[in-house]
Unconditional design. Structure first.
Length: 417
């Protein structure tokens, strides 16, 4: 959807007419409160709709570029609108430059009054945003608004309207059995990776797999809810933290009283949530969650390190007893200009379990490296697969490897280990 310079000029002219109403001397939160609670409520509904329509055009433009994220506002934006396209962040100077106050007004137009008040109080807010278009599926976005040097900034991430097919992941049969409620009724499965590595997409594909194949009850706790699943063989309850429950911890406690078969916890953000997740898995439920870690070993180390030193041995033993699988993933630049998924998979075998209990985590990587028959593989082995399939370059494989030494060996080897 093209946005013409004349339309940008019209929007900016109207935004500047609102800025003229800002009293002098107010800065930071006070200024944002005046914009949100004094100026915006006075504009006509059609004028507010005009601003929202412009923002929606930006979101449609983002999808046309096949961008994952759009970003604007705050001093760091350098007055421009930015997109992340296939992993690369870049500005759109052709849309012109906006002042900080123009961006602030445009951002606050997307918020409800309760969200504005939460923003002023907490200095940031995460929420889901929906754009409804005629004769098209609703487009959903994960959004965060936050303060940067006293000014408002916004990031929105596009939520795909279609699920990635589970079959496209190419998981080993043992991995699929571990992920499926049909074959395994309990235990903890982690999907890990940095922000933007596709963790939520993978979780959605796993939810869809169980929804299509197994009768059961799935409870999803997320902040915010992204893809909306339709109940098929499973009844799926999707609860948003802040809207439907107060916190991840509270949501898990409530879920245990709601007769679930599978509990999905969007993120293990703090020690309290980690302990609650372990208790849920301990209670005989199948539990999925995510961490911002790059490998299976790092995931185990992170969970244990989050606990007080006196609790670490107990948590180590509980984790060894409940953990079933860790999928760590990265989205790496492909030779076609798009992104390719690289993954590391650890399956809980008796040897891995013993290594965790005995605090010999240095042995786990080698077990994953040699565990192909169980469905395990290291990040380096999967990067080599992508290289042999001519999907990535040797430089990319080396750059994204967790173990550079082993990656170099694999690049020089004649066969995949």
């Amino acid at each position: 959807m093209a946005i013409h310079p004349e339309e940008v000029l019209r929007i900016r002219t109207f935004l500047n007419s609102l800025i003229q109403q800002l009293p002098q001397g107010f800065r930071e939160v006070e200024k944002q409160v005046i914009i949100g609670l004094r100026i915006l409520p006075k504009i006509a509904p059609r004028e507010k709709a005009m601003l929202r329509e412009f923002a929606h055009k930006l979101l449609l433009l983002m999808r046309e570029y096949e961008a994952s994220d759009i970003e604007f506002g705050g001093p760091g934006s350098n007055s421009m609108i930015w997109l992340r396209v296939y992993g690369q962040k870049r500005p759109l100077p052709e849309l012109g430059r906006f002042s900080l106050d123009e961006f602030s007004i445009l951002i606050q137009c997307l918020l409800q009054e309760t969200q504005q008040k939460q923003l002023y109080k907490n200095r940031s807010i995460d929420f889901s945003y929906v754009v409804a278009l005629p004769d098209q599926p609703r487009q959903r976005y994960r959004a965060t608004v936050y303060f940067e040097m006293g000014e408002l900034a916004l990031n929105m991430r596009a939520i795909q309207t279609r699920l990635r097919p589970y079959e496209s992941y190419g998981f080993h049969e043992n991995v699929s059995r571990t992920l499926s409620l049909r074959y395994n009724k309990e235990g903890l499965i982690l999907v890990t990776g940095i922000t933007g590595s596709g963790k939520t997409t993978t979780l959605d594909a796993i939810i869809d797999l169980n929804n299509r194949e197994v009768e059961g009850h799935i409870i999803v706790l997320a902040s915010p809810i992204e893809f909306i699943h339709q109940s098929q063989k499973c009844i799926i309850r999707q609860r948003e933290v802040g809207l439907d429950t107060l916190s991840f911890k509270q949501g898990v406690i409530e879920a245990l009283h709601q007769d679930p078969d599978i509990i999905i916890i969007g993120e293990m953000r703090d020690p309290e949530t980690i302990m609650t997740v372990l208790e849920a898995a301990d209670s005989g439920h199948k539990v999925f969650s995510t961490l911002h870690t790059a490998s299976a070993v790092e995931s185990i180390e992170r969970i244990i390190a989050e606990m007080p030193s006196l609790e670490q041995d107990r948590v180590r033993n509980r984790l060894a007893d409940t953990l079933r699988c860790v999928i760590s993933q990265k989205l790496v630049p492909g030779v076609n200009g798009k992104l390719a998924l690289a993954k590391e998979i650890m399956i809980m075998t008796s040897s891995v379990k013993a290594a965790i209990k005995n605090n010999n985590l240095s042995e786990v990587y080698q077990m994953v490296n040699e565990g192909k028959q169980h469905g395990m593989l290291t990040m380096e082995q999967d990067l080599r697969r992508l290289l042999l399939e001519e999907k990535i370059s040797p430089e990319t494989a080396m750059s994204f490897a967790n173990n550079k030494r082993l990656m170099e060996q694999l690049l020089n080897a004649d066969i995949i280990l």
